[in-house]
Every structure is written in C-alpha cells, then in structure tokens.
Design a protein around this ligand. Structure first.
Ligand code: GMT
Length: 370
C-alpha cells in the first residue's frame, strides 16, 4: 500500500507513534509518505520506502496566523495526484483530520481517511468550544477512527458527542530497541557512586505537573540518596529548576533538555515518574517499562491501562505529592522489589503492547478500506 501519514514533527507522543508506525510499515514493504512542517524528530536517516513531504508555512502580511490546514491539504492533494496514495492516516485530530478530509474531498472522495486520536486533541484542545464542532465533524467523516486507549474512546464519545465506532489500537513499543543496556559509564557520569536515579521525560507542558514531581523529589531527597534526571524541554522547565533551587536540591536535579537516544538514558533509570494531570496513554511510561524501569504515575486517563498498580509500578491520586514521594521512597529503599517490578514492567509492555502485533492491527484496518 501507499500510505500517507500526517503528524506533528515536535517532541510529543503523537508524532513518535506516527513516525514509528510509518517506519515499521515501510519495513514491511509499504510505501510511506510523511507530511509535516519539519522532519519528524524520530524519522532519522534515509530509509527505503520512506518519503518526507515538508508542508510549507506561508506567511503573508494580511495573515495574523498562517492557515497551515490549507497548505497541508494542498500538499496532500498534490501528492495524492502524483503518487496515488491508497490511504491517508491523520495523527492528532486538530487540524490534521480536517486537512485530510479536505484533501479527500478534493480527490473526489479518495483516498480513504483514518484518524487516530491521541489525547489532548480530545481532552484539552479538542473539547474547547472553538474546536469541538470541527473535531466532531471530521471524526464522523473519517472512514475509520482509532483511539490509543479505552479511556480516550470513552472521552471522545462523552465529551465530543461522537456516536460512531471508534477502535482502540493502543500505542506500542519495539522490544528490540527499547531494552535495558549496560551503561555503567553513563551512569557514573550522571549519577556517580551508585546514587539511585529517578527519571521523567516529557515536553514540560503544564499538563505534566512537573512541579509536583520536583516537590515529591524534595521529600524523597531528605530521606534517601537520589538524583532526578529530567529529559526534554518546555514551558515548565524553568519553574521546575526554581523549585529545586529554593529547596537547595538543584545539584541533584539534572535537566538534560531534549535528547536523541532515550534508551541510553532509560537504561540508567531506577524509577520513572509521570505525575500528569491527564494522559490518554502515557507512551513515555511504556518506553520506560520496556527498559525494565518501574513507573510511579498518577491514576488518570489511560495510565491504569498501561501501569499495573503494585505489579509494574504504583499509581497515586493526581496531585497527592506525599503519596507520590512515599511510593518513590519505597522503591528506592527496596532494590529487590524495584528490580522485580522492572522485569514485570517489561514483560507487560511486550505482552500487551508489542510493535509487531499493533502495527498489524493498523495494517488490517487499512486493508478494510483500501
Ligand atoms: O502529551 C504530550 O505531551 C504529547 C501528546 C501528543 O499528542 O503528542 O501526547 C498524547 O499522545 C501520546 C501518544 O498517543 C500519548 O501517549 C499521551 O498520553 C498523550 N498525552 C496526553 O493525553 C496528555
């Protein structure tokens, strides 16, 4: 098949899932065309069967905001005419499903359109009154709609009022790439003399509640030797550093910024923390689990579908910093339990969310409509 994939190029789970899916499909012999304003950060070097189409962002003095939806629709339309795509797969409803809908209509109803909902396109931005009518319309008009968790499927029905069938195809991880490696030198560099490492990876948006994480770390740090490694960047990073500085723990809070190879870093993590306000799935938690890192996360959204409380990590009530700190401390103090939970985490990741199985589910879905 010739498959067009639309995604955001920036650091964020939806772009990661779209990119990994496209690369895996190309690995199976499909021709995959990516559409984005910049090369998605996980796309890497040239791979046979993978094409990237940069969507132009055209400025004009009259425009206060550039109408990206239209340039995306035009780019899709031209590529469909030129290459004869069999299916368009829009990742993240806003505005990708709308642009894909437009391109399909321009092509006389072809090719069919799959929309994958990722989370904030429904739970935050998508349910805003300014977007919801278009989100609902484009979901209804898609030939197939998928959501990355049962939670997100429910939310789409309840919040947006969508009645049509939504198929849950969860996010996935490649167990061959995401596995724990011996990285003693890196560990010695970032956390010398066996200091236990707590880790968090995100784009530091308010929804991630980074402040809660630093406050819990401050409590843990008073009672046990540990270091917090924060990977990624975004609007809440400076505040996180300020909280750590005021508490006098900044020396043990390392903000590494955006990183290319998270597997290397996850390989030196002892516990992964995700204290989000909401999370439709929590892909970063799954990647940590595949690297044998137990996850301490808030009991929100789709996270309970990923993290098994008491087996592969712990869940706490959102905003309960004391409980988060207690759970982190438990794991730091009991290395046997920590290691056992890490192994259980990898086993769950590979049993429920293996790349091979989930990519096949998308392939079957395309097969139904092409
Ligand atoms: O949460 C983010 O920072 C990024 C966002 C996105 O759309 O790129 O992530 C959403 O999609 C991921 C991939 O499906 C999910 O794993 C995340 O849970 C989801 N984020 C939220 O729901 C907040």
């Amino acid at each position: 098949m010739k498959i067009g994939i639309i995604c955001y190029p920036t650091y964020g789970g939806s772009g990661v899932v779209a990119t990994e899916l496209g690369l895996a499909l190309a690995g199976r012999g499909h021709e995959v065309h990516f559409f984005s304003t910049a090369r998605p950060f996980r796309l890497g070097a040239f791979q046979s069967g993978v094409f990237f189409h940069e969507v132009p962002v055209v400025h004009y003095p009259l425009f206060e905001h550039t109408p990206y939806t239209l340039t995306l629709a035009s780019t899709l339309h031209e590529t469909i005419k030129l290459h004869g795509l069999d299916v368009i797969h829009a990742h993240y409803a806003i505005p990708h499903a709308a642009a894909a809908y437009l391109a399909r209509e321009m092509g006389g109803g072809r090719p069919p359109l799959v929309t994958t909902l990722h989370g904030t396109d429904i739970t935050l931005v998508g349910s805003h009154a300014a977007y919801a009518p278009v989100v609902k319309f484009t979901i209804d008009q898609s030939d197939r709609v998928t959501a990355v968790s049962e939670f997100l499927k429910r939310e789409t029905h309840e919040r947006i009022g969508v009645r049509r069938e939504i198929r849950v195809i969860p996010n996935f991880v490649c167990g061959t790439i995401y596995r724990r490696r011996e990285r003693n030198t890196l560990r010695e560099l970032l956390a010398p003399r066996g200091v236990p490492v707590l880790m968090h990876v995100s784009n530091f948006r308010p929804v991630k509640r980074i402040g809660d994480l630093v406050r819990a770390f401050i409590q843990v740090h008073r009672r046990a030797r540990c270091r917090l490694l924060l990977i990624g960047d975004g609007p809440e990073r400076a505040q996180a550093e300020r909280i750590a500085q005021e508490a006098g723990v900044l020396d043990d809070v390392l903000c590494l910024g955006n990183q290319g190879d998270v597997v290397e870093l996850l390989s030196i993590a002892d516990v992964y923390c995700l204290p989000s306000e909401t999370e439709s799935f929590g892909l970063s938690a799954l990647e940590a689990m595949a690297c044998e890192v137990p996850v301490v996360a808030s009991r929100v959204g789709g996270l309970p579908e990923v993290v098994q409380d008491g087996e592969t990590g712990y869940l706490f009530e959102k905003g309960n910093v004391d409980d988060m700190a207690a759970r982190l401390l438990d794991l730091l103090r009991d290395s046997d339990r920590r290691i056992a939970m890490g192994k259980a985490a990898r086993a769950r990741a590979l049993e429920l969310f293996p790349q091979e199985k989930i990519v096949s589910q998308y392939e079957e879905l395309y097969g139904e409509i092409v």
